[in-house]
Design a protein around this ligand. Structure first.
Ligand code: E4P
Length: 222
């Protein structure tokens, strides 16, 4: 399963990219609004740091605006995926951009039918928002299971399932068990995935015991 980071924060992107963990980035206007500085600089920088796909979202809501913005966003790099909302105009833009070879991520997907339609209009990625469904008392992971089953029934659909609105590490485990193609993670969730209390306790003990070895062999170096 590919791991994308769901942020426009350059520091976090560099941190996890240096660990070799990132296959791509997703952003949206809300994430952009959290960062200081000109979003254009951030978009340019992100597409340079990351080799994999970088989703940049349009803010127009009608077809021609989406196409215009999509083409402008694509100028930031060959790895830019244009993110469009799951609306009639969004799907029209998806079809048009995809047929010109510009990859599209259809976002704000909340039902299996929306995912199926996005796939039919040529999306490279479909982004079901599981956390926001959980928030209103619906099981977000069921949606991933349903989409996976539907896409498996029709192997000619090449659209990848990009699990979005991830809230905690168990979402990641469950998405991986279902066989989702990608998860996009807020930096905090990726931090939590790195940690285990026994790792810390184990390392503390190793270092404490090594101090005993050093006490008896003061010049020792590994
Ligand atoms: C996906 O691409 C979105 O940017 C994101 O996952 C939305 O998550 P949220 O529900 O935490 O805002």
């Amino acid at each position: 399963m590919k791991i994308f980071l769901d942020t426009a924060n350059l520091e976090s992107i560099k941190k996890f990219n240096d660990m070799g963990l990132l296959d791509g980035i997703t952003t949206n206007p809300s994430l952009m609004s959290k960062e200081k500085g000109n979003p254009k600089d951030a978009m340019e920088e992100i597409t340079k740091i990351i080799k994999g796909d970088v989703s940049l979202e349009v803010v127009s809501t009608e077809f021609s605006g989406m196409i215009e913005e999509g083409k402008r966003l694509r100028q930031y790099g060959e790895n830019v995926v244009v993110k469009v909302p799951m609306t009639p105009d969004g799907l029209k833009a998806c079809k048009s951009l995809s047929s010109e070879g510009i990859p599209v991520n259809v976002t704000l997907v909340f039902s299996p039918n929306q995912a199926l339609l996005a796939a039919k209009s040529g999306a490279k990625y479909v982004s079901p928002f599981i956390g926001r469904l959980d928030d209103i008392g619906q099981d977000g992971m069921n949606l991933i299971q349903d989409i996976k089953e539907i896409f498996q029934n029709y192997p000619h659909l090449k659209t990848e399932i990009l699990v979005a609105s991830v809230r905690h590490p168990m979402h990641v485990v469950e998405a991986a068990k279902i066989g989702a193609d990608v998860v996009t993670l807020p930096p905090g969730v990726l931090d939590k995935m790195l940690e285990h209390p026994l790792t810390k306790i184990g390392l503390d003990n190793f270092l404490k015991d090594w101090e005993k070895v050093k006490a008896e062999n003061p010049d020792i170096k590994i």
